[in-house]
Design a protein around this ligand. Structure first.
Ligand SMILES: [Fe+2]
Ligand SMILES: [Fe+2]
Length: 132
């Protein structure tokens, strides 16, 4: 079962960025599938590490772009990235402590975050940079 679903309204209008966003959603779905089936604890912890790295490097790329181009909402955008990384850390710590993933937390928090972030911050960023 997939946890998160891509929707057309998430599109920021740049194919390469949409592609990366879809990949992040896919990684979260794979993590969830691993965690709710027979996946071993170590495999899931490793997977969390990979997911965290993939998301951090996507954010780092956007933040570099914003700095290079003097983007006016760098701080707000970066704060929202940090909020997501904090949520992921919470979910990861919760898993390490309880060896289970709270499906509602993962679905509710991450889905809400991703959809809102893609539709607002990322869409604004890419339209401001005019890279269509
Ligand atoms: Fe993004
Ligand atoms: Fe972003």
């Amino acid at each position: 079962m997939s946890l998160l679903h891509w929707e057309d309204r998430y599109s920021v209008g740049v194919a390469a960025v949409d592609h990366e966003h879809r990949e992040l959603i896919e990684l979260i779905n794979r993590l969830y599938a691993e965690a709710t089936t027979q996946g071993s604890r170590d495999a899931i912890v490793d997977f969390f590490g990979d997911l965290f790295k993939a998301i951090s490097s996507h954010f780092a790329l956007e933040e570099r772009l914003m700095r290079e181009r003097g983007y006016d909402q760098l701080t707000q955008h970066k704060n929202d990235h940090e909020r997501l990384l904090d949520e992921l850390r919470d979910i990861m710590e919760d898993f390490e402590a309880n060896e289970r993933i709270d499906e509602k937390m993962l679905a509710g928090r991450l889905d809400a975050w991703f959809s809102r972030h893609f539709e607002s911050h990322d869409a604004r960023l890419h339209s401001a940079l005019g890279d269509h």
